[in-house]
Structure formats: structure tokens, C-alpha cells
Design a protein around this ligand. Structure first.
Ligand code: FAD
Ligand code: NAP
Length: 346
């Protein structure tokens, strides 16, 4: 049985702390609750699956039935000389899961420490940070199709992972509830400390022998120093994706802006840090009333308290327009915007 609450406040369930309500809201704690969901009156309005709410901007109250995933459980299901396979339920807290695997001595997700949210959301946007992406350790995603009343199993390839992207943002958007994810983690981890100041932080920490825990602690220290804590200032992390552009577009841009940072991708394209583009347009540290752009991180839009989701969305529109105007580049939103026509990301 699944119980449904009506007119439920989502303020504590989204890291922007936007005060909106869900017409219907349920907590999913047992797989057995899935079976009868399609029979409920609330299902007629469609579904919105919520994890930690750290990648949502709500600009209006939610007509859809909000399913808050609280499925728990972590099990080692397979092992060989080099790897372990761990199946973990979608409602587990991601960072706690990362620390659990580190305690066990299994490597692969230490660079993804302190990313907010639940484990079940990690394949949705293929979370990434400090040179790691979750796609590199996922072997299977299990999900329940509510209308079809059956489980789907997605192999890594089926997930169509891309840069902050997967099939769950497209073909299966709002149709599936991811119930668990299987990760293949290494018993003989290779450490990745080349990215984003990790090496420098390890030196500062006076680490002489590398370990999974030391890398995780270094990432935690960098993140705590640089990123606003949603418990203090409402935000959903990077609001925009970094544009990845083709050579033909990159060449004239880099000629015009020789100081523009860039990273060449494996596919011979160029990733331009969106934070730099936004900063060049003069937005960094901007504040108007309750909303603004973080003074240390131009990619992070913030709610200083009491803001309306629409104000933040409108600010994101202005930023997109000014970057387009100055550089001719179209920023895409990374955060899922819940607005008039349901959830849209761009
Ligand atoms: P939610 O915001 O609840 O949901 C996000 C999307 O996933 C929605 O479309 C939702 O419908 C869907 N979804 C959630 N759970 C399920 C499920 N079980 N089944 C089907 N669909 C589901 N992201 C990064 O990639 N890298 C970072 O380094 C990073 N740093 C961040 C730092 C801060 C301070 C903040 C606030 C956010 C950051 N993020 C980062 C963004 C965010 O934390 C991640 O995208 C995270 O994985 C979202 O998890 P969540 O549980 O909060 O998802
Ligand atoms: P940063 O280290 O200041 O770097 C700025 C941008 O340049 C990053 O977005 C990163 O792209 C890119 N970059 C830096 N070094 C790179 C390299 N060696 N190779 C390829 N690309 C490189 O970024 P930051 O804001 O402090 O964030 C650090 C990490 O945490 C980044 O990976 C970032 O994605 C992640 N993060 C994500 C969110 C979110 O909500 N999605 C929020 C906070 C932090 P990538 O973003 O592609 O890595």
C-alpha cells in the first residue's frame, strides 16, 4: 500500500528551498508499493520522481504525483580478484554510499565525494566531478515502469550516458522509477589526482601515502571551501552545463578571446567553462533582493531566502541571453526546471 498526502510542502525537499506544494505526495519505502501505483487517481496527473531535490528548480506548484524515493539497502552481489559488484537502492544518500565504499577499500567513486542527493539520481545526469563520471562504474540500472507495471534492466550501454546526460533524461523521463543501481568497484584502485587542485590540497593536508580516504577528504575540503552549502544558502549546484563546441566555432572564439579557458575532449571538441563566460558578462556576485549569483562561483545561482523559483528562472534567462549576445554560445540549463509544462532542463 502506498499512502498519498495532498497539498504537501516541498520546501524542505529541494536545496533551492523554494516554497511550493505538491498536489499529491508519497514516500516510496518498499518495492511492493510499486505494483498498484498505476491504479491511483493521482497517477492520472503523471509522476515526478524526487530524490534529494538538489537538481530541481520549482517555479510553480506541482500538479504531478510526487514520489519521494526512500528505498534503502546496500548489498555486495559479486566479487572476483579485481572487482566487487555492489547493488544499492535508489533512496540511499550518495555521499554516505561513497564513504561506505571507501571504508571497505573499494575504489572508483572517491572523486565524486560530497555530491548532494540520492544514489538513484546519479545515473540520470551521469554525475561528474574532479575528472570522474559515475558512468565509469555503473554496470546496471534497475527501474520500474509504472504504466507497464514491470521492471526494466538497463546495461551501461542502454543508459546512453553522455556529458551530464542519459536516456533517463529523454526517452524515459518521468516514466520510470529507478529502484537500484549496480556499481563495479575496484579492489586495486588507480588514483586520479590530476584534476582541479586535488594534488595541491593533498600537499596542504601533508598526505605522503595516497589512499581513497585521503582523496575523498581532499575533494571534501575543496568543495567545502568553494561551494555554498545548501543548508546555509539555497542553490542547486551548477545551474548550467559547460558548452562543448566544435572546432569551427572554437577557432574564431579563441582568436577573439585568447584568455578563454578550454579543455579539448576525447572527441576533438572543446569544453568551455560556463563559469568563465558568465563572469566575463559581469554576472559574478550579482545580487538583486533575495536572488543572485554566488560571489565565488559564477555557475551557481542562489536563493538568499524567500525567493520565488520564477525570479531565479528569469535570472537564468538573462544570463543565457547575455552569454549568447557576447560569445554567440547557447548555455543549456543543467538544473531540472519544473514550470508550466512540467519538467524541462533547457
Ligand atoms: P533530484 O534533484 O531529486 O532529481 C534530479 C532528477 O533526477 C530529476 O529529473 C528527478 O526526477 C530524477 N530522479 C531522481 N531520482 C530518481 C529515481 N529514483 N528514478 C528516476 N528518476 C529520478 N552534480 C554533478 O553532477 N556533479 C557535482 O559535482 C555536483 N555538485 C553539486 C553541488 C551542490 C552544492 C549541489 C546543490 C548540487 C550539485 N550537483 C552536482 C547536482 C546534484 O547534486 C546531482 O545532480 C544529484 O545527483 C541530484 O540528486 P538528487 O537526489 O537530489 O536528485
Ligand atoms: P573548476 O575546477 O574551477 O573548473 C571549472 C570547469 O572547468 C569545470 O566545470 C570543469 O568541467 C572544467 N575543468 C577543470 N579542469 C579540467 C580538466 N582538467 N579537464 C577537463 N575539464 C576541466 O570547477 P569547480 O566549479 O570548482 O567544480 C569542480 C568539479 O566539481 C567540476 O568537475 C564540476 O563539474 C563539479 N561540480 C559540479 C556541480 C554541479 O552541480 N554539476 C557543482 C559543483 C561542482 P567539468 O564540470 O566537466 O568537470
Amino acid at each position: 500500500m502506498i499512502s498519498i498526502e495532498e497539498n504537501y510542502s516541498l520546501k524542505e525537499l529541494n536545496t533551492f528551498s523554494i516554497d511550493v506544494r505538491a498536489a499529491n505526495y508519497s514516500e516510496l519505502t518498499e518495492l511492493s508499493q510499486l505494483v498498484d501505483m498505476a491504479q491511483h487517481h493521482a497517477f492520472r496527473q503523471g509522476l515526478l520522481v524526487l530524490g534529494g531535490g538538489s537538481n530541481f528548480l520549482f517555479t510553480k506548484s506541482v500538479d504531478q504525483w510526487v514520489i519521494h524515493n526512500q528505498l534503502k539497502g546496500i548489498h555486495q552481489i559479486q566479487e572476483n580478484a579485481n572487482y566487487v559488484w555492489i547493488e544499492a537502492s535508489a533512496g540511499e544518500n550518495w555521499h554516505e554510499f561513497v564513504r561506505h565504499t571507501i571504508e571497505k577499500g573499494y575504489g572508483g567513486i572517491e572523486n565524486l565525494s560530497l555530491i548532494p542527493g540520492y544514489l538513484g539520481a546519479t545515473p540520470v545526469q551521469n554525475i561528474g566531478a574532479y575528472g570522474a563520471e559515475v558512468k565509469d562504474v555503473i554496470t546496471e540500472v534497475k527501474a520500474w515502469h509504472i504504466q507497464e507495471k514491470r521492471f526494466y534492466s538497463f546495461s551501461n550501454e542502454d543508459c546512453r550516458f553522455g556529458y551530464r546526460d542519459s536516456i533517463f533524461k529523454h526517452k524515459y523521463k518521468n516514466q520510470l522509477i529507478i529502484t537500484s543501481v549496480i556499481f563495479r568497484l575496484s579492489k586495486n584502485p588507480e588514483f586520479n589526482i590530476e584534476y582541479g587542485g586535488i594534488r595541491k590540497e593533498l600537499e596542504k593536508m601533508k598526505i605522503t601515502t595516497l589512499s581513497l580516504k585521503a582523496i575523498s577528504d581532499a575533494v571534501i575540503n575543496i568543495r567545502r571551501a568553494k561551494l555554498p552549502d545548501p543548508a546555509q544558502i539555497g542553490n542547486a549546484g551548477s545551474f548550467f552545463k559547460n558548452p562543448v563546441i566544435k572546432k569551427e566555432l572554437f577557432k574564431p572564439l579563441t582568436k577573439e578571446y585568447p584568455s578563454m579557458p578550454f579543455y579539448k575532449t576525447k572527441t576533438d571538441e572543446y569544453k568551455i567553462p560556463a563559469a568563465w563566460l558568465i563572469e566575463q558578462c559581469g554576472w559574478k556576485g550579482y545580487r538583486k533582493g533575495n536572488i543572485g549569483i554566488h560571489p565565488h562561483q559564477a555557475l551557481i545561482l542562489v536563493n538568499y531566502g524567500g525567493a520565488d523559483g520564477k525570479e531565479i528562472f528569469d535570472l537564468s534567462k538573462q544570463i543565457i541571453a547575455s552569454v549568447k549576445n557576447k560569445f554567440g554560445l547557447q548555455l543549456q540549463r543543467e538544473v531540472n526546471n519544473y514550470g508550466e509544462s512540467g519538467v524541462e532542463s533547457t
